[in-house]
Design a protein around this ligand. Structure first.
Ligand code: MN
Length: 196
């Protein structure tokens, strides 16, 4: 299996005006592509060359001698997951089993959104905020740089990229405005529910 850059699941202008085509041109076409290119170089000729991406992430997690491979592999995985977590005319609320789990775990959907927005806004520097499956419940995590729930044996259900490259062209330093647009206009709850 060779690691390649997956296409975006929508056109580059699909998320406008909340995330511009210009941002996706750089974020997907340059940043995500660079992680793929770096990873392919780093694993060439090693036992990881033909491993699945998820297995590379798990194998290198916590191994400081493989930090370069981990960082690039995790960022390839994180970005593909992030693109899938958004869609044109997204936002709104989930339904069914996921909504029940969110209500049981956080005491209400609005409380969950408030907590995840807060996690995303307060992640210091580059990183990600996540909704994860945690046994019978769902929980919120934030991670630095490339780190992700997969590296810690947990299943990710939703993520928002809070690296500056995700929002700076559209929002400059206003990270909370990007986070609000993500929840109100972009989240693809159908995709998140498909992971349950
Ligand atoms: Mn990114």
């Amino acid at each position: 299996m060779s690691i390649t850059l997956p296409d975006l699941p929508y056109g580059r202008d699909a998320l406008e005006p909340y995330i511009s085509a210009r941002t996706l041109e750089f974020h997907h076409g340059k940043h995500h592509q660079a992680y793929v290119t770096n990873l392919v170089k780093l694993i060439a000729g090693t036992e990881m060359e033909n491993m699945a991406l998820e297995d590379i992430v798990r194998k290198c997690a916590g191994d400081t001698s493989k930090a370069g491979i981990f960082n690039n592999a995790a960022q390839v995985w994180n970005h593909t997951f992030y693109w899938n977590c958004m869609k044109k005319n997204g936002g709104g609320r989930p339904s069914g089993r996921l909504m029940k789990k969110i209500e049981d775990s956080f005491g209400g959907f609005d409380k969950f959104v408030e907590e995840m927005k807060n996690a995303a806004a307060t992640q210091f520097g580059s990183g990600w905020a996540w909704l994860v499956l945690d046994g019978d419940r769902v929980g919120i995590e934030k991670t630095s740089n490339a780190d992700n729930p997969l590296a810690h044996g947990r299943r990710a259900l939703l993520t928002i990229d809070v690296w500056e490259h995700a929002y700076y062209l559209d929002y400059q330093n206003r990270r909370p405005d990007y986070i609000a647009a993500f929840f109100e206009k972009l989240v693809n709850w159908d995709y998140v529910e498909s992971l349950m």
